[in-house]
Ligand binder design. Structure first.
Ligand SMILES: *[C@@H]1O[C@H](CO)[C@@H](O)[C@H](O)[C@H]1NC(C)=O
Ligand SMILES: *[C@@H]1O[C@H](CO)[C@@H](O)[C@H](O)[C@H]1NC(C)=O
Ligand SMILES: *[C@@H]1O[C@H](CO)[C@@H](O)[C@H](O)[C@H]1NC(C)=O
Ligand SMILES: *[C@@H]1O[C@H](CO)[C@@H](O)[C@H](O)[C@H]1NC(C)=O
Length: 123
């Protein structure tokens, strides 16, 4: 009986830990950017950093960005564009917990990036 109660305690403890680990969603993704000193075809180069503030990995992250354009080709090993959407391809499409992923683009103005889909994986 004591062993069984102990088992239950461990079980509940583990499920709490698991739950704590799983509070990850797209709201834990933020994109910060700054204008670099580089210029390509008379347009400033922007350095955007995707920050994942959560203890889980996130796969297949897609950002939407209305009217996104760049005269500096995106590094396809980091991110690829499809119309108004950008899919993160870095590290095989899996973003590590608490990490930053940076990419650069060049246009007259910066664009805003909103996470639209992605799969958190907690283990
Ligand atoms: C966002 O970028 C600005 C300018 O580079 C920097 O000062 C700020 O600390 C950054 N914030 C985050 C949360 O990365
Ligand atoms: C963008 O900014 C990040 C963080 O400051 C830096 O690590 C990275 O090298 C920069 N990337 C480019 C392409 O400038
Ligand atoms: C994820 O974002 C939500 C909403 O902003 C916040 O309450 C939660 O603490 C964040 N989770 C982590 C692990 O940072
Ligand atoms: C990601 O960038 C933020 C803001 O610049 C910084 O506070 C944090 O330490 C960085 N995280 C990693 C894992 O580099």
């Amino acid at each position: 009986m004591a062993a069984f109660i102990k088992f239950l305690c461990i079980f509940f403890f583990l499920s709490l830990v698991r739950e704590g680990n799983c509070q990850c969603s797209l709201s834990n993704v933020s994109v910060n950017q700054s204008k670099s000193e580089l210029v390509v075809q008379q347009k400033p180069v922007w350095n955007a950093t995707i920050n994942l503030d959560c203890p889980c990995t996130l796969t297949d992250l897609v950002l939407s960005s209305n009217g996104f354009q760049t005269v500096l080709p995106l590094d396809s090993t980091v991110i690829v564009q499809s119309g108004n959407q950008l899919q993160v391809t870095a590290n095989g499409g899996t973003i590590a917990p608490h990490s930053n992923t940076s990419f650069a683009y060049a246009w007259d103005t910066s664009f805003s990036f909103n996470p639209v889909s992605g799969q958190p994986n907690c283990s």
